[in-house]
Design a protein around this ligand. Sequence first.
Ligand code: JAH
Length: 228
Amino acid sequence: MRFDVVTLFPEMFPGYLDQSILSRAIKKKLVDVRLHNLRDWSKDVHCAVDDRPFGGGPGMVLMVEPTVACVEAVREMDEEVGHLVVLTPSGQRLDQPLVEELSRRSRLVVLCGRYEGFDQRVFDILQPQELSIGDYVLNGGEVAAMVLIDAVARLVPGVLGDERSSKLDSFSGDDRLLEHPHYTRPRNFRELRVPDVLLSGNHQRIAQWRREQSFLRTCQRRPDLSPE
Ligand code: JAH
């Protein structure tokens, strides 16, 4: 799967891309992330890509000309033009079903804003899918873009060691409940013991216990996700 990121701050990405799971996926050519600096498409002598808002007010707005030129040029860098997404606080809330849907694409072009965001005509012309990772404001779309890439890339076949593991994640699988608790050695730590059922070797009872724990946790912590 290919990601093309359009940003004013491409230098924010390598540190993140070089971390273990993703760098392995990139080495294995399962994932390809290309970075594009929006400033390279500036139309003016000062390399400006932002300007003051019409109507007044604080902050700067990213200009339509360099943004559209950049996204169109980046899309044309491959015969598959890709699916265009923009990270914005006013976008559709990203959740695991949407992540799964995006992971079935072969190419995503991810546009990151800064300052007060893009001129509205960027959205009118490019008609991107507008996505939000949560109801809070960041200083720009880059961190949200990394969240999106992280969540989507791990679902690309071969990126995780064991393909079963993502089906067992919170919000995943048939019921989309929170995950059950996990335990490993030691069996007893400060009088806190690993539940006997997990040491029983009875896989049917273990699966039953885990389903119950998932259900209870979801009811207690996330009633909004609870079945009924
Ligand atoms: C902030 C451009 N949903 C998180 C999110 C995504 C993007 C932005 N903020 C929050 C943002 C400033 C400029 C995008």
